[in-house]
Design a protein. Structure first.
Ligand SMILES: NC(=O)C1=CN([C@@H]2O[C@H](COP(=O)(O)OP(=O)(O)OC[C@H]3O[C@@H](n4cnc5c(N)ncnc54)[C@H](O)[C@@H]3O)[C@@H](O)[C@H]2O)C=CC1
Ligand SMILES: O=C(O)C1=N[C@H](C(=O)O)C[C@H](O)C1
Length: 265
């Protein structure tokens, strides 16, 4: 069982906590918050402060941390987890470049995954979009992202899509309305056809299942910096290799009395 500490218990963190608590592979041990440590159901709560977090980790050891707080939090817990070899899945979408550099540096000593969108669906869309982009680099590309009305910044997901497709951020159209959890659409415009790749996060629990996939995959990885699309590609590659191996496997006789060339197909 993987023991987890959750950093951030807001809109996304609460949904992630509910998914983790229902999954028998994980034990959610505690929550770290930025504000005062108000209790949450039966979960221990700590206020995240750099100078005391190491002692908290020693008294409440975990295998991994999942971060749905804000871009500053990793600066408070990074060295404490580095010293203890604790893996990290951070879903923060708006890291400044210097903080991303710090996260990559943490990858020299621990397993850490950072992705602006942790859903498996959007990371599959990222892989599909990159394939189409390579096939048809001449196509027009536009990106549309839609979120709840109070989300201030352009989605980190849309910026990541633009980055991997080598498209200028000016091609991103942002809409803010209602309670939309997360909608992303990549539109490829060809002379005689249009290809639309669309992903909708219907409920914030989608971020919980994505985080569960990431922490479980990370537990099988070597020390290093990872992204969710790379972890997903790793699983796809393993599946394809297994399929290739199985389809190439010669007919064998499990019964020594039956020659291999007459074994049932
Ligand atoms: N990668 C992904 O798939 C997703 C990423 N996000 C990102 O997660 C972050 C949080 O999103 P929401 O839950 O909607 O925001 P929110 O504002 O509802 O929740 C953030 C929580 O973090 C807490 N917090 C702030 N500073 C903290 C600190 N230093 N230590 C511990 N806790 C701290 C706040 O008190 C708040 O409860 C945002 O950056 C958002 O873009 C959100 C959903 C999906
Ligand atoms: O703030 C959110 O909620 C989300 N933020 C991420 C982003 O900025 O891309 C991912 C997801 O769309 C939800």
């Amino acid at each position: 069982m993987i023991k987890i500490g959750l950093v951030g218990y807001g809109k996304a963190g609460q949904a992630v906590a509910s998914v983790l608590r229902e999954d028998p592979r994980f034990e959610l041990c505690w929550v770290a918050r930025g504000s005062s440590a108000e209790s949450i159901d039966d979960l221990p709560v700590v206020k995240l402060e750099a100078d005391s977090f190491g002692a908290w980790l020693d008294a409440h050891p975990v295998d991994g941390i999942i971060d749905f707080s804000n871009p500053q939090a990793v600066l408070s817990y990074g060295e404490a987890v580095r010293q203890r070899g604790i893996m990290v899945v951070t879903a923060i979408s708006g890291y400044p470049p210097e903080t991303l550099d710090y996260i990559r540096d943490l990858g020299r000593d621990i397993r850490i995954m950072s992705s602006p969108n942790i859903t498996l669906g959007i990371n599959f869309l990222l892989l599909a979009a990159q394939i189409l982009r390579r096939i048809a680099p001449f196509a027009d590309v536009e990106i549309v992202e839609q979120h709840f009305r109070d989300k201030p910044e352009v989605s980190g997901t849309a910026r990541r899509i633009a980055e991997v497709l080598d498209v200028d951020d000016e091609r991103i159209t942002s809409l803010r309305l209602g309670g939309i959890v997360g909608h992303h659409e990549v539109i490829f415009g060809f002379p005689y056809q249009t290809v639309r790749l669309i992903h909708d996060s219907i409920r914030r629990e989608a971020f919980g299942t994505g985080a569960a996939f990431a922490i479980e995959q990370l537990s099988r990885c070597a020390t290093g910096f990872y992204t969710q699309d790379k972890l997903l590609m790793r699983v796809i590659r393993e599946e394809l290799l297994l399929e290739e191996t199985l389809s190439a496997a010669p007919a064998v006789s499990l019964d020594s009395s039956v020659p291999a060339d007459r074994a049932p197909a």
